[in-house]
Ligand binder design. Structure first.
Ligand code: ATP
Ligand code: MG
Length: 644
């Protein structure tokens, strides 16, 4: 039996959406999507109001257009329209890597900074539609740069500051950026990251870049190339503090963002202006039940879509106070997240399972020594959250008081698609629960047959929603192939899911990762969750490998909690444990002790690499450019279990 956590009365009382409203709105949004979205679109300020709501085809000439005859400016929606009512309210709380450094930036101040940079970029000749690559640490200038692009209609491509020169170069070349915005150095966990030096190396192979704007973050010495490189501070000082926002078509591109690369070569996901902003804003308000005056903190990096939609665009469009954190969860101590929550009185906290599992390894004491009394709501995103990690997050971090919204979505979806709404949805640990307004999930089998009721299958979305990606930049054919060719007339997510008797969705992992043991199909998430439920296991990753008798065997990589020693006995104990938790069919054939797991720079386990090692094919690992720490892989290869 799964535990069910009912909606706390306190939350239900004040929530934007209660159960009744959820049902009513959801039904309406599915029966009459045009009417529903036509109404919701009014939450934005349009320069020229739209008369057409939706023009979409998932077959033939695949195209997705929302509000296409409307015009607006995204930055003006995030800034200018708030000035009269909340100019002096804090828009961004910035918390530095060093706990002694933080800042509050008001809407008025942010507006002026964006105007200055927009003017400076225009002076450098940047035009509407040109691509601008942003390679910055988590400093306010990252948000300023994104919004300045939006203000003039340039298309930004944010590249995570942890990426190498080669990865940066590939992303600049793919979209032919003419401008790069970077910093002298970044600062993470007390260590300096040589951003400008990396950029210089990348630019050796990027002829398209005419100008580089460099933010002074640490003051470290960097090379500046005359004519090409400009100090940010010099440019904005000289630029005018006001700027008339450009009139942008709803379907003009807002940004390109390369996916995190868990499954292969990153794709340049293209999002446009009107539909994306609307969807980011509406989901931010209702999923996080955001109320005026609250402090909201999403710990993602702006280099990921989570940072785009839920640090910058959604919160600012809603006039929220959004916290931006430069550092890491374990610096200077493993209490850092909780200390920041107390310091800035954070009400809503949104992070990833990888961070929760890492902090869980450290035990309860570092959490419990902090107050966290301001917290009202918790969120999770990025991977399936194991029930064990979920209950720890709920009990230890949230003191059994705060609902958890487990939000399922993708770079491609622009915003959250499957999620609880805190005032409307009873929670089940490990389930992303129910679809957001306008989202129509369908479960299909391998042949594309639509499955009804409580089933397991491949997750598709049958109808478009405004935040949906429009194309793969420069490669529409790849877009059609990747998302619309597997199942006719539907968007294929690439994820597998189970739908239970209450209609709740449980993401079981990527479809490519499904294991087939003696004819039984199994998602990786379930086996991993069983392993993580063992008190001595901190993290686990499970993949299939060729097995003579069963077709596929189960290969588990297991990281133990701090101070636990790997022994043969424990190995047997874990096999029996999984056998008891799920059944004999799921018991691991091989368990490899893994001090660390290969992860993308956004913290996701890269099972595709683990699969290669398990198959004894570590010579052909494929694209490893998004790997956070290559030494982890070397250790895993050295100690692999399947040496055939
Ligand atoms: P790539 O597409 O390049 O392989 P990626 O899929 O990791 O990389 P993202 O768009 O950042 O890139 O991640 C989206 C994926 O993350 C989803 O398809 C899903 O597999 C997983 N995911 C995100 N949120 C959740 C969640 N709440 N529960 C389960 N899985 C999630
Ligand atoms: Mg993906």
């Amino acid at each position: 039996m799964t535990d069910v956590y009912s909606i706390p009365a306190e939350i239900a009382k004040s929530a934007w959406i209660d159960q009744k409203k959820y049902t009513e709105w959801y039904e309406r949004s599915i029966k009459d999507p045009e009417g529903f979205w036509a109404e919701q679109g009014k939450r934005l300020d349009w320069i020229k109001p739209y008369t057409q709501v939706k023009d979409v085809s998932f077959t033939g000439d695949v195209h997705i257009r929302w509000f296409q005859d409307g015009t607006l400016n995204v930055a003006a929606n995030c800034l200018d329209r708030h000035l009269a009512t909340r100019g002096d309210q804090t828009a961004i709380i910035w918390e530095g890597d060093d706990p002694a450094e933080s800042a509050h930036i008001t809407y008025r101040d942010l507006h002026e900074r964006v105007c200055r940079l927009a003017n400076a970029m225009t002076d450098l000749g940047v035009k509407k539609g040109e691509r601008v690559t942003i390679y910055l640490p988590m400093i306010p200038e990252a948000a300023v740069a994104m919004l300045a692009c939006a203000r003039i209609g340039a298309i930004h491509s944010v590249v995570f500051g942890g990426f190498s020169p080669d990865s940066l170069a590939g992303r600049i070349q793919d979209c032919d950026s003419s401008l790069l915005i970077t910093a002298d150095e970044g600062l993470r966990g007390g260590r300096k990251v040589p951003l400008k030096a990396n950029a210089d190396k990348a630019l050796e192979s990027c002829g398209s870049v005419k100008n580089v704007i460099v933010v002074k973050r640490t003051g470290g010495t960097v090379a500046m190339e005359a004519g090409r490189d400009h100090w940010y501070q010099d440019l904005v000082e000289k630029a005018a503090p006001t700027h008339v926002p450009a009139e942008i078509d709803a379907e003009d591109p807002l940004f390109i963002l390369y996916t995190s690369g868990s499954t292969g070569k990153p794709k340049g996901v293209l999002h446009t202006s009107g539909g994306y902003l609307l969807y980011a804003a509406i989901t931010h308000q209702y999923v996080f039940d955001y109320h005026d005056g609250e402090v909201y903190w999403c710990t993602a990096d702006v280099g990921w879509v989570t940072g785009h939609s839920y640090i910058v665009y959604g919160p600012l469009a809603n006039g929220a106070t959004t916290l931006m954190f430069e550092g890491v969860p374990n610096y200077p101590t493993v209490s850092r997240f909780w200390d920041v929550i107390d310091k800035h009185k954070v009400n809503i906290f949104y992070t990833a399972p990888t961070a929760i599992r890492a902090l869980m390894r450290e035990g309860e004491a570092p959490v419990k020594r902090t107050s966290r009394a301001s917290l009202r709501l918790l969120g999770s995103v990025g991977e399936p959250i194991n029930p064990e990690a979920w209950t720890w997050y709920h009990r230890v971090v949230g003191d059994d008081r705060c609902p958890i919204v487990d939000t399922w979505w993708q770079t491609e979806t622009g915003g959250i698609l499957i999620t609880p709404l805190p005032g409307a949805t009873a929670l089940k640990p490990g389930s992303a629960t129910l679809p957001f307004f306008g989202v129509k999930p369908v479960m299909v089998d391998a042949e594309g047959k639509i499955l009804e009721g409580a089933v397991e299958g491949n997750l598709c979305i049958a109808e478009s929603w405004p935040g949906q990606m429009r194309t793969v930049y420069g490669d529409h054919e790849r877009f059609v192939q990747t998302y619309f060719s597997t199942y006719k007339g539907m968007y294929f997510t690439g994820d597998g899911a189970r739908r239970d008797e209450d209609g709740y969705y449980w993401i079981t992992g990527r479809v490519d990762d499904v294991i087939n043991v003696s004819g039984h199909r199994m998602g990786t998430a379930e086996v991993e969750s069983a392993l993580v439920a063992h008190p001595k296991v901190a993290e686990a990753a499970v993949v299939g490998y060729p097995h003579e008798i069963k077709g596929q065997g189960i290969y588990a990589y297991v990281t133990l909690v701090a101070d636990e020693e790997p022994t043969e006995e424990l190995r047997k104990e874990l096999v029996n444990w999984v056998r008891k938790e799920i059944g004999p069919i799921a018991s691991p054939d091989l368990i490899q002790w893994s001090p660390g797991l290969p992860k993308t720079r956004s913290g996701k386990i890269m099972r595709r690499i683990l699969r290669k090692i398990a198959e004894n094919q570590h010579d052909t690992l494929g694209d490893t450019s998004t790997l956070a720490d290559p030494t982890v892989v070397e250790d895993l290869i050295d100690n692999r279990m399947n040496r055939v």
